[in-house]
Design a protein around this ligand. Structure first.
Ligand code: A2P
Length: 285
């Protein structure tokens, strides 16, 4: 038998059994940071346009339903951690051992497929904020993801004199993804050329941990309430005139910080009504 014909026949048959899913992308890289955190990169659909800070729905096929034998996709909202100009897409994720999606997602390898619905949305975008002098990024855990995108976005440095990124995590190892990313900006030739040499000097990085000893311990909310964070950073408390803020963390954190920012006189903005701060829930499985 002609090997070409045989090859064609096999492909044809398997194509019938496993129909090609629409919206399938390919994993290109996976990095594990701790037993709770990992990041991965996938191919980017040619037609996908998004604004740095937005999120998309991603997922994997679930197990077969024992009764119907059918498999359904398990989809969750994930902030895109790569900037809008990047040719691939990056995501930063928690691993939950019994989480419907992340129990499977944590095992992905380069070459695997990932379902990605190319409909980006979200409020952590520059368009939702009025012009200001200082931009604050407030993150806990994987809430760092949209800021990983915005920290690599030229507009962030064009629009502000200073960018303060606070990241509160339980343990020191959970800061690695963010710390490495910020460190890498210093030697990123492309960004230094496009945005301007030394653009990264506008960044003030303020990492804190709550359950493991580090240089700065405590929840950022408590450190702001006591004034310690402002003393450390050498800046006054936030004001509606100068400061703009983006919040992304767990629900309790978002609510607490939102209340604090309102008490400083900042108002919540949206795409249709830009104001002084915006908030988004970090993905939790
Ligand atoms: P803590 O260890 O005191 O709970 P998680 O991994 O549970 O999402 O938490 C990530 C980080 O966010 C932890 O350091 C946690 O501190 C902190 N955190 C949780 N809730 C709040 C809150 N309401 N305000 C500030 N930080 C919070």
């Amino acid at each position: 038998m002609d090997p070409m014909t045989e090859q064609t026949a096999v492909n044809h048959a398997s194509a019938k059994i496993v129909p090609q899913l629409p919206d399938m992308q390919t994993v290109t890289e996976v990095k594990h940071y701790t037993d709770r955190l990992f990041s991965f990169r996938v191919t980017r659909p040619a037609s996908l346009r998004f604004r740095s800070g937005e999120f998309v729905m991603i997922g994997l096929m679930g197990d077969e339903d024992p009764e119907t034998g059918k498999r359904k996709p398990i989809m969750r909202a994930y902030s895109i951690a790569s900037p809008s100009w990047d040719e691939e897409l990056e995501f930063y994720s928690i691993k939950v051992q019994d989480g419907p999606l992340t129990s499977k997602l944590q095992h992905i390898q380069p070459g695997d497929g990932l379902i990605l619905r190319p409909k980006p949305v979200g409020t952590l975008v520059h368009d939702a904020l009025l012009p200001g002098k200082r931009l604050w990024f407030f993150a806990t855990g994987t809430g760092f993801a949209p800021f990983a995108s915005l920290l690599r976005e030229p507009q962030t440095y064009e629009d502000y004199d200073e960018i303060i990124i606070t990241h509160t995590c339980r343990e020191v190892g959970e800061l690695t993804y963010g710390r490495d990313l910020i460190e890498a900006l210093k030697t990123d030739d492309l960004l230094n050329e496009v945005i301007g040499d030394g653009f990264w000097k506008k960044i003030r990085y303020y990492p804190t941990t709550t359950r493991e000893q580090s240089a700065k311990m405590g929840r950022i909310t408590d450190l702001m309430r006591s004034g310690e964070a402002f003393t450390d950073l050498g800046v006054p408390p936030l004001s509606p005139e100068n400061d703009r803020a983006m919040i992304c963390g767990n629900l309790a954190f978002n609510l607490e910080l939102k209340e604090m920012l309102e008490s400083y006189g900042l108002n919540e903005g949206a795409n249709s009504n830009p104001q002084q701060y915006v908030v988004e829930k970090a993905f939790l499985d």
